[in-house]
Design a protein around this ligand. Structure first.
Ligand SMILES: [Zn+2]
Length: 484
């Protein structure tokens, strides 16, 4: 089965060789929509009685057509159906913005409003990431060889300008040519896939514009080239992974051997992250309290600015840690995959969050504190493995329910004497709780395989179903299901 993956390639625009006119143009393209969105939100709020309805669940829905009637004049319909005057004529306020652009901004504003964003004079206006998505039809990427080009730049991207240019009273779209700083790495990456769309972004921190290419990449050839070869030459193994709190992930590898060795247990541990996370949390909560205080001293703008800055920095730091963590996990998986016909099963902790009220909540509560977006981590891990040639059925997520409260040896209910430990009274043995979790996840997967008939295994993350014929190799691992 082949599944394509979307990859992002970031290329800097050579700002130093841009002409003033182009800079102005770029500034308009990337900076304009935040102002229009803000305007839209204000118009929606002002006319909320007319254009908003409430659903049965109490959610607010904005009628887009009615909003258009308030804001946009029309010209492309019959003479008698034309709207010539509207109460809030956006075209008059932003004469260079085209009709399509307005509608894109409108959709974002409606989304924001429905999510609960309200215009507020004590708060600075929205500052969305300054970006502009451009689909494949609206740009061209050109490579000029040395002979044909006398400038230093070889790579140019031509974007159909979304701003209307007026010539003899009719609008038309010009092409805006932007020089790119394309390295050999970028060129290699570009060859791997097909460009789907691009995004123009302005980075406030460095005052530069970047082009983000969205590439549709076909995955490399399978990690295990042929089915026959893999099943005959390599023994099967299942790697169960439990995502945790203090320890981001724990892995247990179940092999045809009946005993677990220390090499088959793996803790992915980032002590530093816990400290960093804690520090950011503290700072953020302090600032949030400050922002919530009802003082009129006029410093609120400042507080909000710091808050958004800190949030962004926190998000970036978190992202960096997640990527580091994932690359470590992938490395381990690759070393295992060379020795075994490997299947990776990760526990999806959704149920754990839902069951917060039941029983002891320390573990669950602390899970929440960990604050890694589990589905993001899982999606990234899955993507990284697929890009390395693992088929989708080799990286599965399954529900974690019940995996942490049963003994990994005999399957009976366990008690937790201390946080982080699990004690089984029937086999008188004490385990690390995350280890038990990981082992039980792998066992749960095997258990699902050995159900009598009609078994399919559903991937929790994507909802894909796989018939048990994909996993026939795993039959050699059935001894892990019996109590030992
Ligand atoms: Zn036991």
């Amino acid at each position: 089965m082949v599944e394509d993956v979307v990859k992002t390639l970031k290329v800097r625009i050579k700002k130093e060789v841009l002409t003033t006119r182009k800079k102005e143009r770029l500034r308009r393209i990337t900076g304009r929509d935040t102002r229009i969105i803000e305007k839209y939100v204000r118009i929606i709020h002002h006319n909320r009685r007319k254009i908003c309805t409430k659903t049965k669940k109490g959610k607010i829905r904005v009628h887009r057509g009615k909003l258009d009637e308030l804001t946009l004049t029309t010209s492309k319909v019959k003479e008698e159906e034309r709207r010539k005057n509207v109460p809030h004529d956006l075209k008059k306020m932003f004469p260079y913005c085209s009709h399509n652009e307005f509608q894109e901004c409108r959709d974002i504003a409606v989304q924001l409003y429905e999510q609960g964003y309200r215009p507020n004079n004590t708060r600075p206006p929205i500052k969305r990431a300054r970006r502009q998505l451009i689909n494949a039809k609206r740009f061209v990427l050109v490579h000029l060889p040395k002979e044909k080009n006398n400038t230093l730049t070889r790579w140019w991207v031509g974007i159909r300008d979304s701003l209307d240019t007026w010539k003899r009273n009719t609008p038309y779209h010009q092409k805006l040519w932007l020089p790119l700083e394309m390295s050999t790495f970028h060129q290699k990456e570009l060859k791997k896939g097909r460009i789907k769309s691009l995004e123009l972004r302005y980075k406030r921190s460095t005052l530069e514009w970047w082009v983000y290419f969205q590439l549709r990449v076909l995955p490399p050839p399978s990690f295990y080239p042929t089915k026959e070869k893999s099943s005959s030459s390599l023994p099967p193994a299942v790697l169960g992974i439990d995502l945790g709190i203090n320890i981001p992930a724990t892995g247990v590898l179940l092999t045809p051997k009946k005993k677990l060795t220390s090499k088959e247990i793996k803790f992915w541990y980032t002590k530093q992250w816990n400290r960093v996370n804690h520090r950011y949390k503290l700072k953020l909560s302090r600032l949030q309290r400050k922002a919530a205080l009802n003082d009129q001293s006029g410093k609120k703008h400042q507080v909000y600015r710091f808050l958004s800055l800190l949030r962004r920095r926190y998000r970036n730091v978190k992202r960096a840690y997640i990527h580091q963590f994932i690359s470590e996990v992938v490395q381990t998986i690759e070393t295992y995959a060379r020795m075994y016909d490997l299947f990776v099963v990760v526990g999806y902790p959704k149920h754990v969050r839902e069951e917060k009220g039941k029983g002891k909540s320390t573990r669950k509560f602390r899970r929440k504190l960990h604050q890694w977006n589990f589905s993001l981590v899982l999606a990234l891990l899955r993507r990284a493995l697929i890009l390395r040639g693992f088929e989708p059925h080799r990286i599965l997520t399954i529900g974690e329910r019940g995996t942490s409260s049963y003994c990994a040896r005999c399957g009976r209910k366990v008690i937790r004497p201390v946080r982080g430990l699990v004690h089984c009274s029937s086999c008188n043995y004490t385990f690390h709780s995350d280890l038990t979790g990981a082992m039980n996840i792998a066992r749960k997967f095997l258990g699902a395989l050995f159900r009598p008939r009609g078994t399919t295994i559903t991937d929790y993350l994507t909802g894909q179903r796989f018939s048990s014929s994909h996993f026939t190799v795993c039959r050699g691992l059935s001894h892990w299901l019996q109590s030992q």
